[in-house]
Unconditional design. Structure first.
Length: 119
């Protein structure tokens, strides 16, 4: 009668014991790294979606208040040569960007999605 299967059975048990002694640690490290990575990607995606939403709300608020019209009327009152210099340096786009950014930050803080301002 051939009892080689007993040796294979003991080898299988030894493999299970080895896995519990060292392999289980590697398994849990890989498992936690995987889920941490997925959670970080989900958090970043949620933050990007919140920023897009806040940006849309802020643009609508600025449009409803009439900030763009006020800036355009103030821009029209400047002398033409001064407007040309400011236009060359793209100052109107910079003012628009700053106003939209500030309004977006306010909307994000209002919704509880924004980060605390540093400094």
């Amino acid at each position: 009668m051939d009892f080689s299967w007993v040796g294979e059975l003991f080898e299988g048990f030894q493999w299970i014991l080895d896995w519990f002694n060292s392999g289980i640690y590697d398994f849990f490290v890989e498992w936690t790294a995987f889920f941490t990575q997925k959670a970080a990607i989900a958090a970043i995606s949620a933050q990007v979606a919140a920023m897009q939403f806040a940006w849309d709300v802020a643009r609508q608020i600025l449009a409803d208040i009439g900030v763009t019209g006020y800036i355009n009327s103030a821009w029209g009152q400047l002398p033409a040569d001064f407007r040309g210099v400011l236009g060359f340096f793209r100052i109107p786009e910079a003012v628009n960007l700053v106003a939209n950014s500030y309004a977006t930050r306010l909307v994000m803080q209002f919704l509880g999605l924004g980060m605390k301002a540093s400094g």
